[in-house]
Design a binder for this molecule. Structure first.
Ligand SMILES: Cc1ncc(C[n+]2csc(CCOP(=O)(O)OP(=O)(O)O)c2C)c(N)n1
Ligand SMILES: [Mg+2]
Length: 332
């Protein structure tokens, strides 16, 4: 057990998904800049601990509504690397038939419900999922991921209020990377902790270290347990930083000060920190298991890229398919 009471196997699973998320995004960035991939990646490099740590607290039947930066949550929810890679290459065999631009992925059989390119619009969708769960008494929980900028929009406030009034089984997870595009948090709101906003709706507001996968996992687990026991929603603010540009077509800094970037380059490295902590807690013997994980992920990724490259492009007549769900496709 480490100092968060988390055992070796769970720690290795967390490392697996952290490393996979980091390498998946590095691969997409490389493919994009070398002209092998269309569509500019919006990466979560630096922020991986949030999606990965949060999903570790779920049961397989639980649901997630990811943000454009919670790709780790999609992988940790069990969407296979090759499946996500086919979608990234906009191929016909991707779960959304090649319509993905980081926001438009829906994999109902893995409990991944579509996000939205419209900032904050996926939060009420997640509340709708939670309402369906409550009405159907299926005892599932849903996680809703969004950025700091999303909490400045009405959708966020309406969603929290509704979920609180109806005591829905949902955990709201704010990925606070301190910026919405180039707008710093201090120019969006006069509070430091977004978690404070929970108080207005009578639900718990918790701050987590979004760079520490163990902290995210433990805190989300407590809120998920509460939600499953009918105690209603919580808001967890995960403090983090986006190490790369908003997207790969934007300048890296976008007005962010150089010294701030340098500070966070050292601070926001959840992959390195998780690895160090596992070795420190469970001993040098675990180093070989960590390298096995890395080798497996690297080879899984190489074959995923090959599969995606050789997969068929979508046929023009499928442009309007997989846009609206058929009612019997919805698994909740
Ligand atoms: C309603 C709306 N306004 C503006 C945009 C353009 N836009 C795309 S991402 C983004 C910033 C979102 O910031 P945040 O919620 O903090 O998420 P982050 O990108 O930092 O993860 C903006 C303004 C949009 N997609 N939707
Ligand atoms: Mg942000």
């Amino acid at each position: 057990m480490n100092d968060n009471n988390i055992g070796l196997e769970t720690s290795l699973s967390l490392y697996h998904y952290l490393y996979l998320t980091r390498r998946f995004e590095e691969t997409l960035i490389h493919l994009y800049h070398s002209g092998q991939l269309r569509g500019h990646p919006h990466s979560s490099i630096g922020q991986e601990a949030i999606g990965v740590g949060a999903v570790q607290a779920l049961l397989p039947e639980d649901m997630i509504c990811p943000s454009l930066r919670s790709i780790g949550s999609i992988l940790a929810k069990g969407v296979e690397t090759k499946v996500l890679m086919c979608e990234a290459f906009r191929k016909a065999n991707g779960p959304s038939g090649g319509k993905w631009l980081y926001h438009h992925i829906c994999v109902p059989d893995k409990g991944v419900i579509i996000g939205s390119a419209v900032v904050a619009a996926s939060i009420p969708t997640a509340v709708g999922v939670a309402l369906a769960i409550k009405m159907r008494k299926t005892n599932q929980v849903v996680l809703s991921f969004f950025g700091d900028g999303a909490t400045s929009r009405g959708d966020f406030h309406e969603a929290l209020n509704f979920a609180s009034v109806f005591q829905l089984p949902i955990v709201f997870i704010c990925e606070n990377n301190l910026y919405a595009l180039s707008t710093p948090q201090r120019k969006q709101m006069n509070i430091v902790d977004i978690a404070l906003r929970a108080g207005s709706y009578g639900i718990p507001g918790i701050v987590a270290d979004g760079c520490d996968v163990f902290d995210v996992y433990k805190k989300v687990q407590l809120s998920v347990d509460d939600a499953r026991q009918g105690k209603g929603p919580s808001l967890i603010e995960c403090k983090t930083y986006r190490l790369r540009a908003h997207s790969e077509i934007d300048p890296e800094d976008m007005g962010r000060p150089k010294d701030e970037l340098e500070f966070w380059r050292e601070r926001a490295n959840p992959v390195r920190d998780c690895k160090d902590k596992i070795i420190q807690t469970f001993g040098e013997d675990t180093a070989h298991r960590l390298s096995e994980i890395e080798k497996e992920v690297d080879s899984d990724l190489s074959s995923a890229v090959e599969i995606a490259k050789s997969s068929p492009n979508p046929a023009p007549e499928t442009a309007t398919t997989k846009v609206f769900a058929e009612i019997d496709e919805v698994v909740i």
